[in-house]
Ligand binder design. Structure first.
Ligand SMILES: O=C(O)CCC(=O)C(=O)O
Ligand SMILES: [Fe+2]
Length: 319
């Protein structure tokens, strides 16, 4: 559980960094191993499809990822733990493995979440893994891809539907690799969660708050060691820095809300991660979790447009 000081700090500043909250061996290592295995499978598949010349079996994970990325194979969607917000096909890849499911249900994470939003905890489907390459390797077409490049300033309520504005949503940004200002850690604006919703505009492909509305001098980077978690309020203004290092920057962003409140992505599936009142309602089988996503994928495949935020691309305020 978090201390009273930590809880007060969260409410005061709109965010709270808790370094080494997770257990590296129990929470992080199994996830890393699961992604290594996934990369094995994907490389084999891409070689079979003729998209990759070699499976690069002998290379370490990161070097292999560089080769895959250079060859134009989209590892970031195949790694992600949610469907994209558009262009969903019946075979859009998504990763829903047991180690990731265990991370979503980590007792260390959930007890901190309970301190901030209470003991009836729903896993919100707005969630991602981001394994971001060094900026110098990023292709032009990914300059604005928030799974690959820096993330613009935004509020998480701003990237969800307004039905979630009253939801007590909590974002948990989990460092898998060390996160530093050099390799693109998150940055936050302290106390900005009290300022109301800001205008969000789409530039190229990414939604964000225009730079002119951000008091950049107030920004605070949030470095973390592996297993550290940055918690923040859905109205907290945040973004990420460029990855100017030579290594990948690996994080998960997970979200939770009290059971029964709107998630802001009603077309995607969440699940009950913890219920003190009704423990038998908790989902504890990763295959059932995966099934929910596969059903959503089948339902959403080839759907023309799925509304996932409140903004209008052509808003004159964004011109
Ligand atoms: O990791 C990133 O680059 C962005 C994460 C983010 O916006 C979030 O966790 O809400
Ligand atoms: Fe965010």
């Amino acid at each position: 559980m978090l201390t009273r000081e930590q809880i007060e700090q969260f409410h005061e500043d709109g965010y709270l960094a808790v370094d080494r909250l997770l257990d590296y061996q129990l929470d992080i290592e199994p996830v890393i191993e699961e992604y290594q295995q996934l990369l094995d499978e994907l490389c084999e598949q891409w070689v079979a499809e003729g998209r990759l010349k070699d499976a690069f079996n002998d290379l370490p994970f990161e070097e292999r990822l560089v080769e895959v990325y250079r060859a134009g194979c989209d590892y970031y969607q195949a790694f992600d733990i949610a469907l994209p917000n558009g262009n969903i096909r019946a075979d859009t890849p998504i990763h829903l493995g047991p180690a990731v499911f265990n991370l979503l249900r980590s007792p260390r994470l959930l007890s901190a979440v309970e301190s901030l939003i209470g003991g009836e905890i729903y896993s919100n489907p707005i969630q991602h893994v981001r394994i971001k390459p060094p900026l110098h390797l990023v292709e032009k077409e990914d300059e604005d891809n928030a799974l690959v490049s820096a993330t613009r300033w935004h509020q998480d309520n701003g990237v969800a539907l307004p039905e979630a504005d009253k939801t007590k949503m909590l974002t948990c940004w989990v460092a898998v690799s060390e996160a530093t200002p050099e390799n693109g850690c998150l940055q936050v604006l302290p106390k900005s969660h009290r300022e109301g919703i800001a205008l969000h505009c789409t530039v190229i492909n990414q939604l964000g708050i225009p730079d002119s509305l951000i008091e950049r001098e107030q920004a605070r980077p949030a470095p973390l060691n592996p297993g550290g978690v940055l918690f923040f309020h859905p109205m907290c203004k945040h973004g990420s820095l460029d990855n100017n290092s030579d290594a990948f920057r690996w994080s998960f962003d997970l979200r939770y809300n009290p059971i029964g409140q709107a998630t802001g992505r009603p077309h995607f599936p969440g699940f009950i991660a913890q219920s003190r009142a009704n423990p038998e309602s908790e989902l504890d089988d990763h295959r059932k979790w995966a099934e929910l996503w596969y059903e959503a994928r089948a339902r959403l495949a080839n759907v023309e447009e799925i509304k996932h935020n409140r903004w209008n691309k052509d808003d004159p305020l964004c011109a």
